[in-house]
Design a protein. Structure first.
Length: 277
């Protein structure tokens, strides 16, 4: 794994890294913050939204002070494979920068777009091998990455202690972003789509009894709230399934990193409490 650059922040070390991924068949980039001290430390994986790289969270979220205080490693991977020979689309919501944290089964995406296996397999193994971790971890994310955090945790509760999200795509089978991406990556079978839909997974009892609470923050001035995000579907599913879920509607906040930076300390604390329990 190649270190591209290093910064000291809040007493810890932030590294931008690059490695050749066996899962995607491409180089993959990420950032890793390690707090001061010998460790070992639990891990918090961040999944970003549409159009983002690892840099958006790293430079804008302001999460490292809380991570340093709580003694938590934060890992932020890119949102998709990239590079020469990797399929793409002119639209911002498909292709590079829009991997949706699924393993594509359809051409031309299938050879490289394997973000579910990358995050839940290769990335976790890489971090545990290269850094002083406790081999325990949690996951959180924003928008498309909130969808990713929720679905990966619900599908693989053996891997994660806790999960939270900012403005997640709650039910991609019922919104334009998700329907477009799932049709492209997974094909026309909506039953396959449902396996990657957080609201439907919760409603079906996925990971029941594993997560005491799922924290979701959502700005009420988010321009995508009504058509794309639909957090009320998460609430309804959780109530039906008996799953603990806390939706905090934040007055006046939009979809940007200004929103996330305002509440990220709460999320780091939420996870730290469960990672160290």
């Amino acid at each position: 794994m190649e270190t591209v650059k290093t910064h000291v922040v809040h007493g810890g070390t932030l590294r931008y890294l690059k490695h050749d991924s066996a899962t995607t068949g491409t180089p993959m980039t990420l950032s890793v913050f390690v707090p001061a001290g010998e460790g070992p430390f639990p891990v918090l994986i961040w999944l970003s939204g549409l159009t983002c790289t690892e840099d958006n969270f790293t430079t804008k979220a302001g999460a490292y002070r809380a991570a340093a205080e709580h003694g938590v490693i934060i890992v932020a991977p890119d949102t998709s494979p990239r590079g020469e020979g990797v399929a793409d689309d002119p639209a911002y919501d498909l292709g590079q920068g829009a991997g949706f944290y699924v393993d594509a089964t359809q051409a031309p995406w299938a050879p490289h777009f394997r973000m579910e296996t990358y995050v839940t397999g290769e990335l976790i193994d890489l971090i545990d091998a290269q850094f002083p971790t406790t081999r325990t971890r949690s996951v959180f994310g924003h928008s498309m990455g909130g969808h990713g955090a929720l679905t990966l945790a619900l599908r693989r509760p053996d891997l994660f202690r806790s999960v939270s999200a900012f403005a997640p795509i709650a039910s991609p089978t019922r919104c334009p972003w998700g329907e477009k991406a799932f049709a492209a990556y997974l094909g026309p079978d909506r039953a396959e789509w449902a396996r990657h839909d957080a609201a439907l997974l919760i409603e079906g009892g996925a990971a029941k009894g594993v997560f005491d609470d799922i924290l979701v923050d959502q700005g009420d001035a988010d321009s995508f709230l009504t058509d794309q995000l639909k957090p009320e579907l998460l609430v309804a599913a959780a109530e039906k399934a008996g799953q603990g879920l806390t939706l905090r509607m934040q007055p006046g906040y939009d979809h940007s990193y200004f929103f996330m930076a305002s509440f990220v300390d709460d999320h780091v604390t939420f996870h730290a409490e469960r990672l160290k329990a």
